[in-house]
Ligand binder design. Structure first.
Ligand code: C2E
Length: 260
């Protein structure tokens, strides 16, 4: 499947993040693969394959550069969140890569937020911490993604220099029916706030979930209720960008794939 990957099959979609007052303050960049023969393939299926092959490293660099370049054109100074792969933490130059991307795009470091999952933290916690500290020194935000889905616990919030914690969709889905889950969300939000982190909830689909999550202390909401991931040219009402150039970023992918 990977051997037939063509340069223009990978694109980015963006999903809005809203503050408690409902205003959109950020976008998360999410990779999409539209395979020539097979059609759309879910990231949950292709990201692990990309990770195993190592191609995730050049692709994630491409995604970062593309998202930063897009965000720099927006009329609104929205935050742009980009996922990092655990494989990128095996490279010693991650902070330099990020610094280079910001400088090339002309994007203020404070507008970039890098999302990090548990896998990046467990293989070598010391190495991950050092890399995250270097990234924080650049001024970028670091979000712990999918909190509550794996084994990440409260100690992670203290041990690594995060600026945000994102509660997993599974926690959010259970919140409406489970009082213990609501207590966990409440406790995590209180701890995160005490440590100076903000709290986001992923996968918010209903008004009822929004009300509960806000009551338990979430600062940011992301999910189909706010908006589904879309190509950037469909999100101009949030970004303030007037550009409508489908596929323009694909030209950058080719050289990166060759080096991967
Ligand atoms: P994630 O970073 O936790 O992304 C959120 C996922 O939840 C996205 O799935 C999004 O489409 C989905 N989602 C958002 N709101 C809702 C909702 O209200 N309900 C439901 N049911 N789902 C919702 P997606 O796009 O399939 O991405 C899955 C995962 O793939 C991401 O999880 C992330 O871990 C990974 N991924 C996606 N793009 C990239 C990328 O560029 N680089 C890397 N390294 N990983 C990526």
């Amino acid at each position: 499947m990977l051997s037939t990957l063509e340069q223009d099959e990978i694109t980015l979609h963006y999903q809005p993040l809203a503050r408690r007052d409902g205003s959109v303050g950020g976008m998360e960049a999410l990779m999409r693969w539209h395979h020539r023969q097979r059609g759309s393939i879910s990231p949950e299926a292709f990201i692990p394959i990309f990770e195993d092959s190592g191609i995730i490293v050049p692709l994630s660099r491409w995604a970062l550069a593309e998202a930063a370049r897009d965000a720099a054109t927006w009329g609104q100074p929205l935050r742009i969140a980009v996922n990092l792969s655990a494989k990128q933490f095996e490279q010693d130059d991650l902070a330099k890569v990020v610094e280079g991307v910001l400088s090339t795009a002309g994007l203020a470091a404070g507008r970039l937020e890098l999302e990090v999952g548990e896998a990046a933290l467990v293989t070598s916690a010391r190495r991950a911490r050092r890399t995250l500290e270097q990234l924080r020194e650049l001024g970028v935000g670091i979000a712990l993604a999918d909190f509550g889905a794996g084994r990440t616990g409260p100690s992670y919030l203290r041990e690594f220099p995060f600026t945000k914690v994102k509660l997993a969709r599974t926690l959010v889905a259970d919140a409406a029916t489970s009082a213990p889950t609501r207590s966990i969300i409440h406790m995590v939000a209180a701890l995160a706030h005490a440590l100076g982190l903000s709290v986001a909830a992923e996968g918010v689909e209903t008004e009822h979930q929004r009300t509960l999550l806000e009551a338990e202390g979430c600062d940011w909401l992301q999910g189909y209720l706010i908006g589904r991931p879309r190509p950037i040219w469909e999100l101009g009402r949030f970004t303030g960008a007037s550009v409508a150039v489908p596929g323009v970023g694909a030209t950058m992918l080719s050289p990166l794939l060759r080096t991967g």
